[in-house]
Design a protein around this ligand. Structure first.
Ligand code: HXC
Length: 510
């Protein structure tokens, strides 16, 4: 028995070494942690239970039978984050560059299947040279098996990807189908074809960082939802995110203890809106003043800054935030902000997370670049996402809600449950000046008449009461009471039950 135990311990020790000390040192020298060190930081202390530690590849080409390291380049298993179960895979770059073989893929698929079956999130820590070159099509098949599981798990359990090294070629498509992608600054990159191929095909000279580094994907492409300075920070932020999420689509998000009175009054909000209706103000101030303990987890902070998305808690319960940001592009909707918010709304709806929408929107951004880029289809994504969402929806219009954008931003007509407006709200087809210039075109030459018409229009429409008279606004509320009103609204909606008609699936304008 003693011999067998020793044998087990020896085998375990060998497996834990991965590709050996030399390669571990090389990994550390790049500022990266090893696959196992990452898992330790991600999960609660001593909670990790490993699967398939002794799995080895079966490839016999290129003398591969002479190197069969235990684990085959990926560490898989489950553990807990603040006591709640998650499944995890962590690619080990020290073993064949973390490349994906047939057996490596089988290990990932096994824990994905278990995650779906047992209703717990899947977190993938990606650090891989892509398909195991020695295995050819068997590796490609392995990827496709993972992809298929990403699709089946979508909307069933949250899927989170952290890119902590290379992620190139078709390998990018597994993270791309997960709910959130985070990257580590300077040490991770994602691209479908690398700089060498780009140079050959298009003659462009570009570095890996420029092509697919974290800055590119958080600011330009919106492939990634956030970027962090190093492995330690990235993993800590994933833990923070998971705390906001339910384990699966049949459970509610966890309710955390809170030490912030739900009826807290914020008098400073009464002066948040500037006197000049065209001056910007920071919508994040409102979010932080409404949230429990000013805790806000922002998603895609660096992309389409004219809309803000993220999670807060109200009375300890997770709420998704979608808010126009007047500090950027006057808070208008455009292609990027519509895509960003639509995906977020759909995530919230899939996982039963209520949505708070804060509205100050002057309309859709005009221009050829928007129309040529398909703003009609992209704007429709957000409209569609709100329209199909059955989760509790509370909306507060702080200032402008003009035109189609009024309809889109979780209006009463899209089954908003509570639609509040501040007294400063202006709910109209468009701004007074633009409206006047169209309906009083004949008076355009007479500036006095035009300014009188503009004033008349403002007096008539630049307020929340026309909409409130029709019941499109349920109540005009004092800004200082927003946290109390919104918290009570969500509390009253905890047993909301709303179902869409049966369908195989919808046909959202992709
Ligand atoms: C097998 C690989 C490998 C791979 C790296 N290694 N990539 N082994 N298959 N795909 C091995 C190396 O041989 C080396 O082994 C070790 O991993 C570390 O690699 P280095 O090159 O020394 O590391 P580094 O300089 O950091 O460069 C990392 C890299 C580079 C940029 C990822 O290794 C690279 O370009 N690899 C090939 C990438 C690639 O073309 N993959 C296929 C893409 S196509 P030793 O023994 O020396 O430690 C694809 C299709 C997927 O993925 C399709 C899905 C549908």
């Amino acid at each position: 028995m003693k011999d067998i135990s020793t044998e087990l311990e020896n085998r375990r020790a060998l497996a834990r070494e991965g590709g050996g000390q030399r390669r571990i040192d090389a990994q550390h020298a790049k500022g990266k942690l090893t696959a196992r060190e990452r898992i330790e930081l991600l999960l609660d202390e001593s909670s990790f239970e490993e699967f398939d530690m002794f799995v080895a590849h079966r490839c016999t080409d290129f003398d591969m039978e002479e190197q069969r390291p235990s684990g085959d380049g990926v560490v898989t298993g489950w553990g807990t984050i603040n006591g709640r179960m998650v499944y995890v895979f962590s690619q080990d770059f020290t073993v064949f560059g973390g490349s994906l073989s047939e057996t490596h893929a089988q290990k990932i698929c096994k824990i994905m299947d278990m995650a779906v079956q047992n209703g717990a999130p899947i977190i993938g820590l990606n650090d891989s040279g892509g398909a195991r070159i020695q295995e050819g099509v068997a590796s490609l098949a392995g990827y496709a098996e993972v992809f298929q599981r990403n699709v089946m798990a979508s909307g069933v359990v949250p899927q989170v990807s952290v890119i902590m090294g290379p992620c190139a070629g078709g390998a990018v498509y597994s993270p791309a189908m997960t709910d959130f992608i985070f990257m580590v600054k300077d040490s991770s990159y994602m691209f479908v074809t690398g700089p060498d191929v780009v140079k050959t095909v298009t003659n462009e000279i570009v570095t890996a960082e420029e092509l697919g580094g974290s800055s590119t994907h958080t600011k330009k492409s919106a492939v990634a939802d956030g970027a962090f300075d190093n492995d330690v920070e990235a993993l800590a932020e994933v833990r923070r995110l998971v705390d906001f999420l339910p384990l699966n689509n049949r459970e509610k998000a966890p309710v955390r203890p809170f030490y912030d009175a739900p009826n807290r009054i914020e008098n400073s909000l009464d002066t948040l809106i500037p006197d000049n209706p065209n001056s910007p103000y920071d919508m994040k101030e409102l979010i932080l003043k409404v949230a429990d303990e000013r805790d806000f987890y922002e998603i895609q902070e660096d992309f389409a800054k004219n809309i803000i998305t993220g999670f807060i808690r109200l009375e300890g319960q997770t709420v998704g935030i979608v808010a126009n940001q007047p500090m950027f592009l006057a808070g208008c909707l455009d292609i990027d902000s519509s895509r960003k918010a639509a995906r977020f709304v759909r995530f919230c709806d899939a996982f039963e997370i209520p949505i708070l929408t804060l509205v100050d929107v002057p309309g859709f951004l005009p221009g050829t670049s928007q129309e040529y880029g398909g703003v009609i289809k992209h704007g429709a994504k957000l409209l569609f996402a709100y329209g199909e969402a059955t989760v509790p929806k509370v909306t507060v219009i702080t200032r402008k809600a003009y035109g189609g954008a009024y309809d889109v931003m979780s209006s009463k007509h899209l089954r908003g449950d509570f639609n509040y407006a501040w007294p400063t709200a202006e709910i109209a087809v468009m701004g007074a000046k633009g409206a006047t210039e169209i309906i009083h075109r004949a008076d355009l030459v007479n500036t006095d008449k035009i300014s009188q018409h503009t004033q008349d229009y403002e007096d008539r429409f630049a307020n929340p009461f026309v909409a409130a008279e029709r019941g499109f606004i349920d109540e005009v509320i004092q800004p200082h009471s927003t946290r109390r009103r919104v918290s009570r609204a969500f509390a009253s909606l905890r047993n909301k039950s709303l179902k869409n008609p049966w369908k195989k699936h919808d046909n959202i304008p992709l």
